[in-house]
Design a protein around this ligand. Structure first.
Ligand code: ES4
Ligand code: ZN
Length: 325
């Protein structure tokens, strides 16, 4: 049946915050392990709080959830749980975002979270043949100085990091705020991506392209409001890592049927489908494929195109992209 078809499509996940894969059950287990008291009495009560009105209302709960991550094994357990789910969904390659400042602000160093995540990614390569990359995101609500300090602190793990990204509260924190940090990252040989045009205006997408020199735009759905920007994205084959369930949960669209993914695909934009923060938004990548296809009446050929786009837009070398055909 069709579900088997969607599952079997080789997919790359390009927009996945690993801290957003932390399921309520694991939050509770880790809280118990470390003697942390949670604001919610049960797994069910925590899950019931996942009723968001916008990006900020989600981020407040997301940062609180990440507070239970305290040792290397916690980061392994979280990452491994995600990789098992991704493998079950037909993900053959994943590029995971992580937020160092969420952890360094709590006194955890890179030597705690980096080896935990890396050990899981290596095990997925061994056991599933799944390839991966790590993308270090700066929290844009914090200062340029804090981002520079984070880039410096990552130096011992530079070989494990493929790109830098930009996430957290978008409006009021345009990409240009981090122009110098991203320039330094590029000098160090890192690629760049940025969240833009999720809640922020098209001008933020322009800034991500022109000032941060990104290889992909994360979200980018508001680009549609600017015809000249649309023309540029199409001409440059600039990938957008779209997250349909996220957009509905955070009220960027009221319903999935209103999502602009099909219109952008029809225009020739290089769109991909991703899960963003699957523990919070109601589904992993296959569920995003399913619900998008159903709501927008996409053909199987269009779903295959979306999956193919994700491989092509990945940071894999061309030889490895060709293997996933
Ligand atoms: C995020 Cl959906 C989204 N947007 C911006 N920053 C984020 N961090 C985690 N999920
Ligand atoms: Zn995101």
């Amino acid at each position: 049946m069709n579900d088997d078809f969607l599952r079997a499509l080789p997919k790359a996940e390009l927009h996945l915050h690993i801290e957003g894969s932390l399921e309520p059950e694991l939050v509770f287990r880790l809280a118990q392990k470390h003697g942390v008291t949670l604001k919610y009495p049960s797994v069910e009560a925590l899950r019931a709080a996942y009723d968001f009105s916008d990006l900020q209302s989600f981020l407040d709960i997301y940062y609180a959830g990440a507070d239970v991550l305290r040792d290397e094994q916690d980061f392994f357990d979280m990452t491994w749980a995600y990789l098992e789910r991704a493998q079950a969904d037909g993900v053959v390659h994943t590029e995971i975002f992580f937020d160092p400042q969420t952890h360094t602000a709590r006194g955890l160093g890179f030597e705690v979270f980096m080896p935990g995540m890396k050990r899981a990614l290596d095990a997925a390569r061994e056991q599933f043949g799944m390839t991966s990359r790590m993308v270090m995101c700066f929290l844009r609500h914090l200062s340029e100085e804090d981002a520079f300090a984070t880039l410096d602190a990552s130096a011992p793990y530079r070989d494990w990091i493929t790109a830098v990204g930009l996430d957290s509260s978008e409006v009021g924190h345009p990409p240009g705020k981090f122009e110098r940090v991203f320039a330094k990252a590029r000098e160090l040989g890192l690629l760049t991506v940025a969240h833009a045009g999720e809640e922020g205006p098209p001008s933020y997408v322009w800034e991500a392209l022109d000032l941060l020199k990104v290889s992909r735009i994360d979200h980018g759905v508001r680009s549609e409001e600017d015809p000249a920007l649309m023309d540029r994205l199409i001409a440059e084959r600039m990938p957008l890592t779209v997250c349909p369930l996220s957009n509905v949960k955070l009220c960027v669209y009221d319903t999935m049927a209103e999502h602009n993914l099909k219109r952008m695909l029809d225009r020739g934009v290089m769109v991909t489908i991703n899960s963003d923060d699957p523990a919070y938004f109601g589904g992993y990548v296959l569920e995003n494929f399913r619900q998008t296809q159903a709501a927008l009446a996409l053909s199987d050929a269009e779903m295959a195109r979306l999956a193919r786009n994700s491989i092509d837009a990945s940071f894999l070398p061309d030889e490895e992209k060709a293997v996933h055909s």
